[in-house]
Write a protein that binds this ligand. Structure first.
Ligand code: 1CP
Length: 359
């Protein structure tokens, strides 16, 4: 499908806010807005394996668009998963219902790195993601921008070693302490793949890129500075250079380093246009640290969506008012959960849009 002639964008408030320009209304979207909390998503999911959905552009496009039918959202995020990269380098990943992702054969020792194929051709191996993005850009008809994304190197490394979710990340952190060189090798190799993967998402039609460093909070400042931040900067700089070499327009990039408040000032200097915050930091504290040169995104506690609509409205109005003194994109502080009610998200989205902007 042709990725050169896309319909004209009608609502650019997300892209304007991401680059610090004025907006007529605060843009809002929600992490995991396409997911099991939507009955129409569960209907599709009942018939298909999770990764089959990711690999079938028609299905990925269909579920990406579902939340936009219901809510007045200002962005779509392509339906996929961060774990498509470990799969692309040769690891098996299964999505087990009610449990999450499982790697039957996780990395155990640095010797296991030899089993991975880091010279994989990202163009062919992950083509299904680009095809889903291009199809979705057309089907969106310019309604809102489409966000592409990736997992960041440390978060991917931790899944590849833990073999799934973990409360402590003790196996993957053991690598950072015991196998320092091998850890850097793995992180560096993942970084190269991510730079190409993100750049190709833009070629395919992604209009903003979000990097999920969901496991940043397990590190602390010293490990973060050695094993995380340099790779995030390399991704930012690498994508910028690669897009320019490809003759592509630049796109804004968002970093979501969950639970990494200690790193906020470093992240503000890292070149990402947008910093996405989890809910454990107050808007004004974050703004004081990063200043007005960076757009903030977030950060309502996702569990606030369990509240009654009137309470969601109060909490959201208060949050937006505090953030909106600087460039801002409204979102949750992490993804939605499967047992949430769509009504909670509707209350959140509508409350963002009704909040008057004073700035
Ligand atoms: O709507 C959207 O947000 C787009 C789709 C999307 C995104 C951006 C999905 C679909 N996954 C992700 C990113 C992702 N995947 C992250 C980063 C964001 C975050 O911190 O949540 C992470 C850590 C994953 C890994 C993953 N995939 C988990 C977490 C497991 C753990 O460690 O506890 C889970 C549960 C998945 C499965 C998944 N991914 C997406 C959906 C809708 C689901 C549910 C799976 C199902 O239907 O069975």
């Amino acid at each position: 499908m042709d990725s050169s002639k896309f319909p004209e964008l009608k609502n650019d408030s997300l892209l304007r806010a991401a680059t610090g320009r004025s907006v007529s209304r605060i843009p809002v979207w929600a992490m995991r807005q396409a997911g099991r909390y939507l009955p129409e998503f569960r209907q599709v999911r009942e018939k298909h394996d999770f990764f089959e959905m990711c690999r079938t552009p028609e299905l990925a496009c269909q579920v990406t668009l579902q939340p936009l039918e219901r809510f007045d959202l200002d962005a779509a995020i392509i339906f996929s998963d961060i774990l498509v990269i470990p799969q692309a380098v040769g690891m098996e990943v299964k999505m087990v219902p009610k449990q999450g992702p499982v790697f039957p054969d996780p990395l155990q020792t640095p010797d296991d790195l030899q089993k991975l194929n880091f010279s994989v051709d990202v163009h062919t191996e992950l083509k299904y993601v680009y095809d889903a993005i291009t199809l979705t850009r057309h089907r969106l008809e310019g309604k809102v921008p489409l966000i592409g994304f990736t997992g960041a190197p440390w978060t991917l490394m931790s899944y590849m070693i833990e073999g799934g979710g973990s409360k402590t990340m003790s196996k993957s952190k053991a690598w950072l302490y015991r196998h320092r060189e091998a850890s850097h090798k793995l992180l560096g190799n993942l970084t190269e793949i991510i730079v190409e993967y993100l750049s190709q998402q833009v070629v395919a039609g992604a209009q903003l890129l979000q990097v999920f460093e969901s496991h940043a909070g397990f590190l602390g400042r010293a490990l973060f500075n050695e094993f995380c931040l340099p790779y995030l900067v390399r991704i930012r700089d690498g994508v910028r250079a690669r897009l320019s070499a490809l003759g592509q327009d630049k796109v804004a990039m968002t970093i979501f380093a969950k639970d990494a408040h200690y790193a906020l000032s470093d992240l503000a200097a890292s070149g990402y246009e947008v910093i996405s915050l989890d809910w454990t930091i107050e808007p004004q504290t974050a703004r004081k640290i990063v200043g007005n040169g960076v757009t903030l995104q977030g950060n309502l506690d996702p569990c606030a969506l369990y509240a009654k609509p009137e309470r969601i409205r109060e909490l959201t109005n208060a949050m937006v008012t505090e953030f909106a003194s600087g460039p801002y994109i409204a979102n949750l502080g992490h993804g939605m959960y499967p047992d949430m009610s769509p009504d909670g998200l509707a209350a959140f989205v509508n409350a963002v849009h009704e909040t008057k902007i004073i700035a």
